[in-house]
Ligand binder design. Sequence first.
Ligand code: PLP
Length: 395
Amino acid sequence: MPSSTPSLLARDEGYWQRIAAKYDVEPGPVNLEYGYFGRMTRTVAQTYQQHIDAINRCNSLPVRQHFEQIGSVQIRDAVAELLGVPDQTVAIAQSASAALQSLIRNYNRLQPGDQLLVSDQEYDSVQNAMRWLARQRGLELIEIRHPHPATFENLVQSYRHAFERHPRIRLMPLTYVTHRTGLVMPVQAIAACAREFGVEVILDGAHALGQIDFDLEQLGIELAGFNLQKWIGAPLSLGVVYIAPDKIDAIDPDMGELRYPQADIRSRAPYGTPNIPAWLTLPTVFDEHRAAGGAAVKGARLNYLRDLWVAPAREMAGIEVMTPDDPRLYCGITSFRFTRHSDQAVMAERLLKEFNLFTVARDGSACGPCIRVTPGFSTTPAEVGLLVNALEQLA
Ligand SMILES: Cc1ncc(COP(=O)(O)O)c(C=O)c1O
């Protein structure tokens, strides 16, 4: 663990050169689309490969004799430690989507006449799962669009307003960091407001884990889904279900799963043969994550790189930065729009073709189509400078 503070380390280029040297990076366009998934360090990739080879050689014997009873439980405990929660509150799933869908599908506290809530900032598969749940249970789904530009107060207020107008709302997902614009939701304040109105919150922490230093208990969150491939640096195919001890009875075993006892959270993750080599790699992943300074340092670096382009872009005519500058509401991911060009997907294409910068167009949020920029741990300030230059020319 580094000894300096996160904000000092965030701008210590020597430190980040050493971190960048841990990754193998294919030459090519500048990647500003780490929001999809992160890189594994070389050490993690090699460890993963070794586990693939070993499992392939040994096949099911070590899996049946050790992994199922002992290894998988120890790895689950390491995931709980990463989240700072008790071991029995965590199960490993195949993705954040699988984790969140299981929580939504198996939530058993809904009554006829109850309402569900979903916002424009949720991940598409979460929105769809809520629509599915409403149809399956014959319940009304209330869909809200968050105010733009967002402020801490107006975000909390938009929930309070929805709860006041629709007093039968009982369940809602809440995305910590939205994949559309990188907006960071005031989770603690919204969760407190939801509790006041008797609304259960399922937190989508896919983009938060590894870049935001949070404490689920402090946030007041009792149900959550995460993945490990974005900011933690794990192999693909790993998600996490979190259920606070007092909430396990609110979630049924997934589709009647009987493999584990009723009270065992592992029955709340959809069952399937896991990606065993990926699971076995997790202890190395967590060592690497902590060695880089954990979420506090990683998050500070991503914010620093974000500020490097957002500050000048905010002043440019023809550019609208969609994500606010309130430090409580942003992280490394931020979206913008070319206000004089109608098709943002075409502009993202131009950034790639004319400036060698890889970003992604994002749609579906009430604030409209935009281009999402997500630096990573091997991104340099010089590369961010290339983006600033491109925006100046294209705006
Ligand atoms: C906010 C958010 N939620 C959920 C997911 C789904 O994660 P996974 O791909 O692990 O299912 C993503 C993926 O990008 C996301 O950005």
